[in-house]
Design a protein. Structure first.
Length: 131
């Protein structure tokens, strides 16, 4: 029980950072991604949060952010450029054949990720043509 109480503020901070990344709230602050990755490493090493869960969540966050066409292009590229890090962590943590197959599928997902152009600011303001 003590570990959970100790873990809570760090987990909350990590989640807050993930929200800032996913929503592109600080797209001109690339250190935010490094801070998020460092918080995840801390959680994996010093708390009861499973390292596999942290690596999987981090991978999903970064690749989903990279694919989000509503976010600025440079932010999406920064996220995609860092996606190899949680994938590397997942490879190190994979001990069963099923886990290795899952990591291989994620690697294939990363290798074949093609970023679509970001929606321009003017298009975001105008909304869709269906309206």
């Amino acid at each position: 029980m003590t570990a959970v109480l100790h873990e809570s503020p760090y987990l909350e901070n990590w989640r807050a950072l993930s929200l800032r990344i996913r929503c592109g709230l600080d797209p001109d602050e690339p250190r935010l991604i490094e801070h998020y990755l460092a918080e995840g490493r801390y959680l994996a090493r010093f708390t009861a949060t499973p390292p596999m869960l942290i690596a999987q969540s981090t991978f999903s966050l970064l690749i989903d952010t990279a694919r989000d066409t509503a976010l600025p292009w440079h932010w999406r590229c920064l996220c995609l450029d860092q996606t190899w890090r949680p994938l590397r962590d997942l490879q190190a943590l994979a001990h069963s054949d099923r886990q290795r197959q899952h990591v291989h599928a994620l690697g294939r997902q990363l290798a074949t990720c093609v970023l679509q152009p970001s929606i321009s600011f003017a298009e975001l303001i105008q909304g869709s043509s269906d309206e």
